[in-house]
Ligand binder design. Structure first.
Ligand SMILES: [Zn+2]
Ligand SMILES: [Zn+2]
Length: 289
């Protein structure tokens, strides 16, 4: 399966050269309904988990027994070469406890980095969570990873650049002509069409908007943490139509939930859960955006 994001309406870094050094690669995952095996990258699919390794449980905030975690994503480095995995590991597994936990009302996430070749006997029937809140059990999906270039969300830019980007006259002065200038404001055009890709992705820039940008620092070593995985509540909405892959352009109802959100995840209504990782010690944290 292949998914191809159309080229951006124009090269924003050529028009605004201050953006050029801020370009980052993101790998859009494009989850689509399927029956992944433990040997494939997936969302909501079975994990390559050794049969003799104890499963992970959540013991926080549950009234009943501790709750088995649920597989959310499994990413092989061969499919997502952008993943920087520790040591000789080549597989990232993401699990969560599928309900909103106080105090921040997020599912509790756990990351596991492993070496696929070390797993000889795969656990075939892991325990299921005792309780799961609506919107936190992903439907099994296969992936079509694709690398794109992203620029920071408008809110992460410095004041001078924000000022420039919010006047159509500056855009026209650098030679940008767009059909959108009649109907939308340039700030929304930058955010929706030119900066951060929608949907599940690895790396890139964070999809701010719900909150103002907050830098994340590792609690162990103090390093600035990087966006690792964006867990999204949808991939394609009408107002972000320019990001719909060429292969999906003929689908009439892009806003339909089945089309826009094959994993069926709803993070805190319709938001994103951003996982961050420390580049030095691989500690992770998360934030709803
Ligand atoms: Zn829990
Ligand atoms: Zn660290």
């Amino acid at each position: 399966m292949i998914r191809t994001t159309p080229p951006r309406p124009f090269d924003v870094a050529a028009a605004f050269p201050q953006l050029a050094p801020l370009a980052r690669t993101a790998t859009r995952l494009h989850p689509r309904p399927g029956s992944p095996s433990p040997y494939q990258s997936s969302i909501g699919g079975p994990l390559l988990w050794p049969s003799r390794q104890p499963w992970l449980y959540c013991d926080k905030w549950h009234e009943g027994p501790v709750c088995p975690l649920l597989p959310v994503a499994q990413l092989y480095v061969r499919d997502v070469p952008q993943l920087r995995s520790p040591g000789r590991t080549d597989l990232l597994q993401v699990l969560w406890c599928p309900s909103e936990h106080p105090p921040h009302f997020k599912p509790r996430t756990e990351l596991f980095w492993r070496t696929a070749a070390d797993v000889t006997h795969v656990l075939t029937s892991p325990p299921s969570p005792y309780e799961a809140q609506r919107g936190y059990t992903p439907e099994p999906c296969v992936l079509a990873p694709e690398q794109v270039t992203e620029y920071p969300h408008f809110l992460e830019l410095d004041r001078e650049l924000r000022q420039q980007l919010s006047e159509w006259s500056t855009w026209q002065a650098v030679g940008v002509v767009t059909d959108d200038s009649d109907e939308s404001d340039p700030e929304a055009f930058y955010i929706d069409a030119l900066s951060v890709a929608p949907g599940w992705k690895v790396g890139g820039w964070a999809p701010w908007g719900l909150t103002d940008p907050i830098a994340r620092f590792c609690i162990h070593c103090g390093s600035a943490m990087n966006p690792l995985l964006t867990i999204a509540s949808d991939e394609s909405r009408d107002y972000r139509r320019s990001w719909v892959p060429l292969e999906d352009q003929a689908i009439p109802e892009i806003d339909n939930d089945k089309v826009s959100n094959p994993p069926g995840i709803q993070v805190s209504d319709a938001n994103n859960l951003q996982l961050y990782v420390c580049p030095t010690c691989f500690t992770h944290t998360d934030l709803i955006q």
